[in-house]
Design a protein around this ligand. Structure first.
Ligand SMILES: Cc1cc2nc3c(=O)[nH]c(=O)nc-3n(C[C@H](O)[C@H](O)[C@H](O)COP(=O)(O)OP(=O)(O)OC[C@H]3O[C@@H](n4cnc5c(N)ncnc54)[C@H](O)[C@@H]3O)c2cc1C
Length: 411
């Protein structure tokens, strides 16, 4: 097995490294580097503009739509170098990763010209309006309606779990545009959020964050031409978005888990739990799974580069999200066991460096530790983007060719 990259890819790597060195704040690469809250806020505000200046937001998009037209390999190297530097590579997650690629795939020329520049510049913020109170796993049963009134759609209904709805300028929204059909009665719309007919209510979670919302549409308006992929074709378009959501950067996805693994080992060494046999075994199990994730990422990349498609590669794609999300839940339980009683302390200083440290807190003065925040969030990872149970149904039906599950309604 030859895991080395081409000389051209390595030249590109050097280019990215020097850009990162020139543009990240002084001291970024020094051990123990930290930013004050204000400095971090300023960095977060200024970084998208720098990224845009470098052309690194959505750099694999075609040049005609403002991307850099990078090859798959260059895109991989770019992601690797940003991950290595721990530098954010995004303007807006929902724009860059979900709706942008969906518009590229399904949108009209006018939609591409109107919406892609704002995503590339990190200026437009998006949210995903799919789930409703009674339509999560069975998403196609959604009830929010859109009715045409002249040149505009009039939207009524409620969405839930709308992540970042409170910060969004636009929502990519699924609505029912034909009451007589289920899947074939859904449309995918790009709806402005800043209007009187849209009310966003935050849902506060146990760690004090409120990243999710209920969103109420009460005669909200949306331009007629903002339907993506055609009237009543929203189910196919939504499935493209969901495939982007369930994917993971092939060669860098494992890195966040590796970083957490190292923090766990550090804590276990400091508090002596590293001498406990069961803890050592659980750590090794986690480490082995991280390596499986890394190597499967390389397998997926190889098959993409060589354009090979076989059952094992299809299986990797369909099982990937349930593999890492279930692994991560188990590992966060291990993290709590390693920390012991200390994990229960409400103390923001515990777990500096854990992913939860940068979470969006709307409830001030609720200093749950970043590690505890990461633990709570891991509970949701087998749910968002489609639950593990639903993923298993998909594997059974689409990969193994098992009979379709019976529906209660007898459809
Ligand atoms: C952190 C987080 C962020 C989210 N962000 C967004 C967002 O931005 N936008 C958005 O639209 N949605 C978002 N969601 C919602 C998410 O997509 C749904 O929660 C998810 O699809 C499950 O739907 P539900 O919560 O209604 O659960 P339900 O569908 O009610 O399922 C409840 C349980 O029953 C099981 N179940 C249901 N049907 C079957 C079946 N046929 N076979 C076997 N088991 C079944 C499920 O696996 C689950 O365990 C988010 C969710 C979370 C947790």
């Amino acid at each position: 097995m030859d895991l080395s990259y081409s000389p051209e890819a390595e030249v590109f790597r050097t280019e990215i490294r020097s850009w990162l060195t020139d543009n990240l704040p002084p001291g970024w690469f020094d051990e123990g580097f930290q930013m004050s809250g204000d400095a971090r806020k300023k960095f977060n505000e200024e970084w998208p503009e720098k990224l845009f200046g470098g052309g690194w937001i959505c750099a694999t998009w075609p040049t005609e739509y403002g991307g850099k037209g990078l090859s798959i390999m260059e895109g991989v190297v770019l992601a690797e170098e940003f991950a290595r530097a721990k530098a954010p590579m995004r303007g807006d997650f929902f724009g860059d990763t979900l709706v942008g690629p969906t518009i590229l795939q399904w949108g009209t020329e006018e939609q591409k010209k109107e919406f892609l520049p704002g995503i590339l510049k990190g200026q437009t913020h998006w949210c995903q309006g799919f789930s409703e109170p009674n339509s999560g796993s069975d998403l196609a049963s959604l009830k929010a309606t859109a009715v045409l009134d002249g040149e505009e759609w009039v939207i009524n209904g409620q969405k839930v779990w709308t992540t970042q709805g409170h910060n969004a300028d636009y929502c990519f929204l699924l609505t029912r545009t034909d009451q007589t059909a289920k899947h074939a009665g859904i449309s995918y719309m790009l709806v402005p959020m800043h209007q009187a007919g849209v009310e966003v209510r935050g849902i506060t979670q146990p760690d004090g964050t409120a990243e999710f919302n209920e969103v109420f549409f009460n005669n909200a308006r949306c331009p007629k031409e903002n339907i993506v992929g055609g009237l009543n074709n929203g189910w196919a378009v939504a499935n493209s978005t969901l495939a982007f959501e369930r994917g993971m950067s092939a060669t860098t996805g494992y890195r966040r888990f590796e970083a957490e693994y190292l923090l766990m080992v550090q804590e276990a060494v400091e508090n002596g739990k590293i001498c406990d046999l069961t803890t050592r075994q659980r750590l090794m199990k986690y480490y082995s799974k991280i390596q499986i994730l890394r190597i499967n990422g390389l397998r997926s990349l190889t098959s993409t580069l060589n354009k090979t498609k076989d059952l094992s590669i299809a299986a990797l794609g369909l099982t990937n999200k349930m593999f890492w999300s279930e692994m991560h839940q188990e590992s966060m339980e291990l993290a709590l066991d390693i920390c012991g009683a200390k994990a229960m302390l409400v103390d923001a200083s515990i777990g500096e460096g854990w992913p939860g440290v940068g979470r969006d807190k709307r409830r001030a003065g609720y200093p749950v530790s970043p590690m505890m925040s990461a633990f709570f969030f891991s509970r949701s990872e087998t749910i968002w983007g489609g639950t593990s149970q639903i993923q298993r149904n998909i594997v059974g039906e689409r990969l193994l060719g098992l009979p379709k599950e019976p529906k209660a309604s007898g459809e």
